[in-house]
Design a protein around this ligand. Sequence first.
Ligand code: NAD
Ligand code: MG
Length: 396
Amino acid sequence: MNNSIRFLTILGSTGSIGDSTLDVVHRHPDRFKILALTAHNNVKKMLAQCNQFKPQFAVMLDPASAEQLREAIRLTKLDTVVLSGVESLEKVASLPEVDVVMAAIVGAAGIRPTFAAAQAGKLVLLANKETLVMAGRIFMDVVKKHHAILLPIDSEHNAIHQSLPQDFKGNLAEKGIKRILLTASGGPFRTLSRDLLTHVTPEQACAHPNWDMGRKISVDSATMMNKGLEVIEAHWLFNAPPENIQVVIHPQSVIHSMVEYVDGSVLAQLGNPDMRTPIAHAMGYPERIDSGVTSLNMFDVKHLDFEPPDFERFPCLRLAYQALEMGDNMPAVLNAANEVAVASFLDEKLPFTSIPVMIEHVMQNVAQQTIHSLSDVLEADSIARETAGNWLAALN
Ligand code: NAD
Ligand code: MG
């Protein structure tokens, strides 16, 4: 790793995490330089980011969008090379000049470039939790084998990382750790009755009380699948058995998670709910750098409340624990079914309360199979999507 300046690739630079990452980069021109930016198809935003950060490469997944961007770049004085396709995402995640890869693509689409970054031994800042959910064991093996460094961006996992001993190597008992307390805001429908949940709209689901995020993760927060995915993520990151991961509803989102030790101590990380804190923590690691986040004012916060999770109103959380217990391809199947269900809900083709119904159906109808490789994971993903699509077609 270059000591003076770190060269970055941001996978998913036009998204919510991408924005926050670029904000932190902008605050530290002496520490970070953007080598590559990537996005799906938002040409306008990518062009603005290229103008501001002057990357060597810009990748649009969509070839037509790449062509538009290339044309627009031709009219500027920039010498950014525009590429397209998944292979190009993998390429810019693994270039020798790159030190750090921010993995912030949403969903299963992030898996191949995130793997490429780990295979190239990069410092991988992981926002794309779906990679760990789908392929936890093999991804952790790849990280280890290629001496990549993995730092969690998800605020809860970043908080856990900060609350663990610095020399933690994946053995909870050895370090006197009893359990992980994974906090959850409870989402916008925390207090809504089961009946009222049936009628909620995508706009209501995306209006998160504490965090400003992309639409998919916002719906996941509303169903609490996000917390389910995070339980699986915590399992792989910290080698924690599911029974040692307790979800705690904490509506203020000020405590971002906690670690309980055998002596009764509970260590927590607190702060305003702003993703620039975990991003700056991971980007500067092990140094602390300014993130632009305002100080936490305890006098404004006043209360910190806690509740147990409700598995009846939020069955997605139960399904995620179940997929983790089952293991093999099941977390990948859960993740794929969830992505199809969330997209259908956002398209107003599926009621909110049918999201877990569809996921459960898919989990019951895809055969459990051992995962040996990334292609096994991708196959599980595509079979689950097909099963979900058939269920949806039969419904309409
Ligand atoms: P977002 O929807 O705002 O942004 C997604 C980014 O991925 C965009 O740049 C988009 O162009 C790109 N993208 C989408 N589909 C793609 C595809 N098929 N191929 C290549 N690129 C594609 O999402 P977000 O809220 O920034 O979330 C990104 C990831 O970070 C997710 O995995 C999410 O779970 C995780 N995360 C987000 C937050 C948050 O506060 N937003 C917090 C914790 C974790
Ligand atoms: Mg989170």
